[in-house]
Ligand binder design. Structure first.
Ligand SMILES: CC(C)(COP(=O)(O)OP(=O)(O)OC[C@H]1O[C@@H](n2cnc3c(N)ncnc32)[C@H](O)[C@@H]1OP(=O)(O)O)[C@@H](O)C(=O)NCCC(=O)NCCS
Length: 168
């Protein structure tokens, strides 16, 4: 999509509530009054000036339309096979009416670039099997593990970042 911009959530503090609501509605568990507030506080902490953690937003014509974050680890109770993997791409989300215009890919690229600029050779994520194949694989992400997490089989993927490619 033309006219979009990817910026740090810290540059759009007005969007913390909306990003928290998206996250809660897509992935939240537990009662709304508790879980939404916990999620809101998490994004307020991730509204940093860079580094890890850092949340990013996609902006189109001044409207915040999506979000993705760079975090140390994206699993609260990680399976042993993923414990040492760092850092992670977390919570890629585009509001439904703005999907399929490239914003999701732009958010992923921005987080990849941020990790690469911090000299991380690899970035990790977990997702469901369909999103792994349809969304992430075409962007060069490869499946490395399929552990059980929170009662479901998930796909753990890695992206080898430009920092390492350049030195090989
Ligand atoms: C996944 C998501 C971020 C993609 O955002 P987007 O802005 O539509 O992404 P893009 O426009 O860059 O790319 C969309 C492409 O991915 C495909 N895609 C994305 N998720 C898909 C899914 N779950 N199943 C099938 N295809 C999917 C689309 O079909 C489209 O392919 P096309 O270009 O060949 O038509 C968005 O669908 C979303 O927010 N989903 C809910 C949250 C989610 O599942 N996040 C990722 C899990 S970690």
């Amino acid at each position: 999509m033309r006219n979009h911009q990817i910026t740090r959530l810290a540059d759009r503090p007005d969007a913390v509530d909306i990003v928290a609501r998206w996250d809660f509605e897509e992935w939240g568990t537990g009662p709304e009054e508790v879980s939404l507030e916990v999620t809101r506080r998490r994004f307020a902490c991730w509204a940093t000036d860079g580094g890890i953690p850092c949340a990013y937003v996609a902006v189109v014509d001044d409207e915040v339309c999506g979000s993705a974050s760079l975090v140390d680890h994206d699993m609260s109770d990680p399976p042993e096979s993923t414990e040492d993997l760092r850092p992670w791409l977390s919570g890629v989300y585009v509001k439904p009416e703005r999907r399929k215009t490239g914003l999701g890919a732009a958010l992923v690229e921005a987080v990849e670039k941020a990790a690469s600029n911090l000299h991380h050779p690899r970035l990790y994520l977990y997702t469901g099997p369909v999103t792994a194949v349809k969304f992430y694989a075409p962007m060069g992400w490869e499946k490395i593990l399929s552990p059980r997490y929170e009662g479901k089989e998930v796909v753990v993927m890695q992206k080898v970042l430009a920092v390492e490619k350049a030195s090989t």
